[in-house]
Design a protein around this ligand. Structure first.
Ligand code: ATP
Length: 326
């Protein structure tokens, strides 16, 4: 369904200058630099797969989605969707595609929600009885009981569920979701993830999901593709990737009364130092939380400890591959 062959993408960025004299000089004679957003990315995604496309901020995820949806052409390499070039056949491919980009909306702010759905049905030319039933089904799966409310009055969770209906209204074969659960509470997140699993079953829709939340990924994606600074770092089973890192936890040690000065065992990796606090990452198969507390309290009996699981951002930022194979 999706084939990406050796894509590179560079953005041309104008170099700015703060000083007014230089500002005038650069305005008359602008200078540019190039940002490498993607470098030699290759992957294929088969029909019906749900793939997590993950990476830290600025790693190139949105750029990839823009290339796959045909909004831009890659600087080099080839993107093929269903044997066609999405840049040249954008309108044709859009008919069977759904896109949800976190910050953008597919809805009309001032209209009651059901009016947005009506307009979308017109745009996609799906004003049929069977599509009416499909829409009713989507609405019931996502518990949407606020169809008459204007979109601007909806809470974030209500809006995101409505955005999902809008994304799937055309019974798409292919869907790109960029951070569909950002800022949602645990139960709404679960509702969204269950919805994706159900729709994938119903339509065999190919779904590419971008998120920073490893729990979301774990729930719905058997496969992940990980990019970092525009370079593909991992393409394979989610379970395999997570099992490498699941053993790591972080502990934030703080003491409001004095500076923290700890001499922790070598296998504790210091990842952050703040005023009166330090954060370490440790391997929980070597030390459990109680043992960590004991070690810290022997050095500083008044210290407060906060433990947490690692998210994707910290796994990548702290280069934990090194620890995983330690
Ligand atoms: N229109 C643009 N012009 C110039 N540079 C851009 C543009 N869009 C993205 N970039 C740069 O390209 C790189 C990749 O950005 P991209 O938005 O694709 O990353 P991302 O993984 O989607 O990030 P995030 O998770 O923060 O949304 C970054 O260095 C970014 O600054």
């Amino acid at each position: 369904m999706i084939k990406v062959e050796g894509i590179y993408h560079k953005y041309k960025v104008r170099i700015g200058e703060e000083e007014w004299k230089s500002k005038i000089k650069y305005f008359l004679n602008p200078r540019y630099k190039y940002v490498d957003a993607l470098q030699n990315i290759n992957f294929t995604i088969k029909k019906g797969e749900i793939v997590g496309y993950i990476g830290p901020n600025g790693s190139g995820k949105s750029t990839t989605i823009k290339l796959l949806t045909g909004l831009m052409e890659p600087t080099a390499g080839k993107v093929v969707i269903n044997n066609e070039n999405p840049f040249k056949k954008r309108m044709k491919i859009a008919k069977y595609t759904g896109v949800l980009m976190g910050q953008k909306t597919n809805l009309w702010w001032d209209l009651p929600l059901f009016e947005s759905f009506k307009i979308l049905k017109k745009i996609y030319n799906v004003e049929t009885k069977s599509n009416d039933q499909w829409l009713e089904y989507l609405i019931s799966l996502l518990n949407i009981d606020y169809l008459k409310q204007p979109v601007r009055q909806l809470s974030l969770g209500q809006r995101m569920r409505a955005e999902l209906v809008a994304t799937f209204i055309n019974e798409p074969k292919l869907v790109y979701l960029d951070e569909p659960t950002l800022g949602l509470d645990v139960s709404t997140k679960k509702n969204v993830m269950d919805f994706l699993i159900q729709i994938n079953k119903d339509l065999n829709t190919t779904i590419m999901l971008t998120t920073h939340d490893l729990h979301d990924i774990e729930k719905v994606c058997e496969r992940i593709i990980l990019i970092d600074q525009g370079i593909l770092k991992y393409d394979g089973k989610t379970s395999l990737f997570l099992s490498e890192f699941k053993c790591f936890r972080s502990v934030l040690i703080s003491n409001q009364k004095k500076n923290i000065d700890l001499n922790m065992p070598k296998s504790f990796k210091k990842v952050d130092t703040r005023i009166n606090a330090v954060e370490y990452i440790f391997n929980s198969s070597k030390y459990n939380d109680e043992q960590v507390k004991d070690i810290v309290r022997m050095i500083d009996s008044e210290a407060t400890l906060i433990f947490k699981e690692l998210d994707l951002e910290s796994i990548l930022k702290n280069n934990l591959e090194v620890l995983a194979y330690d």
